[in-house]
Design a binder for this molecule. Structure first.
Ligand SMILES: [Zn+2]
Length: 309
């Protein structure tokens, strides 16, 4: 894959060079069992093992990140939350039990997000500023959630992918970090996920499956392109570093699926062995800081656009 990513932007807003590593802390096993098989199991300790790989990597390289934590992970493993905070990483909220916003009423979303925020703040004794919706589920038809998030006291949201994907995305949304003036009288800073134009499509090239599937040279070119104009917001999940087999009950459940549903599942595991090395390469080449500190930099330099919403 040697084609250079390209993108068009309206102007150069970002005089600083820091990007952000954001991690959505969830357990791949219990999320898959719930979403695919409707089977409820508690989060497994694999999430601890995988987060520890990231904490060691970040600590060795003296880099700090933003961890958006699921409420059920904080409830099950509060010591993991304390451990992440002890390295001075930023903590944010990823919802309570990974219900996507479009599956909730505004009242349910408010209760769900509040519960997770209160729990994480209670565990660490520190205020949480950022929110990321499960599966990037703030889209045009769930934009009401931005008012809920601002009303709950969050300073920023980082849930919008300004591209069209099969299950998420808000095509046409601004690519810049923006201050939204909302109808409820609150403001909320939106930190969109980074996208590039590639082969006629807009894709979130710097995270998740894209980080796994594409070679490092592709990710590096995307970084070089995007950081000319704005920070890169990288996203990943702890399970993307998990090279082990899933528990037998997962494979037993999978065996009951039709072939057409089983095949896409294979992609969940593709190239997991490459993610740690790619992160090392990125950290060695590009500077990173937590999202809240990038926002602070932008505010100090008065370079955040304001948009009525
Ligand atoms: Zn998630």
């Amino acid at each position: 894959m040697n084609s250079a990513p390209s993108e068009c932007t309206r102007d150069n807003m970002y005089p600083l060079t820091y990007s952000a590593l954001s991690i959505d802390v969830e357990d791949g096993v219990n999320i898959l069992m719930r979403d695919l098989f409707n089977i409820e199991i508690p989060p497994t300790t694999r999430v601890i093992d995988n987060v520890n790989i990231l904490l060691d990597l970040f600590n060795e390289n003296k880099v700090r990140a933003t961890f958006f934590i699921l409420g059920e992970i904080a409830s099950t493993f509060p010591s993991l939350v304390r451990s992440i905070a002890s390295y001075r990483h930023e903590l944010g909220v990823h919802g309570y039990n990974h219900d996507q916003i479009h599956k909730l009423t505004p009242e349910q979303a408010r209760g769900n997000i509040y519960k997770a925020k209160a729990l994480i703040e209670d565990i660490t004794g520190e205020k949480v500023y950022g929110f990321r919706a499960p599966a990037f589920s703030i889209m045009r038809n769930t934009s009401w959630a931005l008012e809920v998030i601002s009303d709950l006291g969050f300073k920023y949201d980082s849930s919008i992918v300004p591209a069209k994907a099969s299950r998420y995305g808000w095509p046409g949304f601004d690519k810049e970090i923006l201050r939204l003036e909302l109808k409820n009288g609150c403001t909320l800073i939106e930190v969109p996920l980074s996208v590039i134009n590639f082969m006629g499509k807009t894709i979130p090239a710097c995270g998740g499956g894209y980080l796994r599937y594409f070679p490092y040279s592709f990710t590096r070119k995307a970084f070089l392109t995007i950081t000319k104009r704005r920070p890169v917001i990288v996203y990943l999940h702890p399970y993307e570093l998990d090279k082990g087999k899933y528990p037998d009950y997962f494979y037993d459940a999978k065996a009951t699926m039709s072939l057409s549903r089983r095949i896409p599942l294979s992609f969940y595991r593709l190239n997991k062995g490459t993610v740690k090395r790619k992160l090392e390469l990125l950290i060695n080449e590009f500077p990173f800081k937590p999202i809240i500190e990038i926002i602070d930099d932008l505010e100090k330099n008065s370079v955040i656009h304001v948009r009525s919403f």
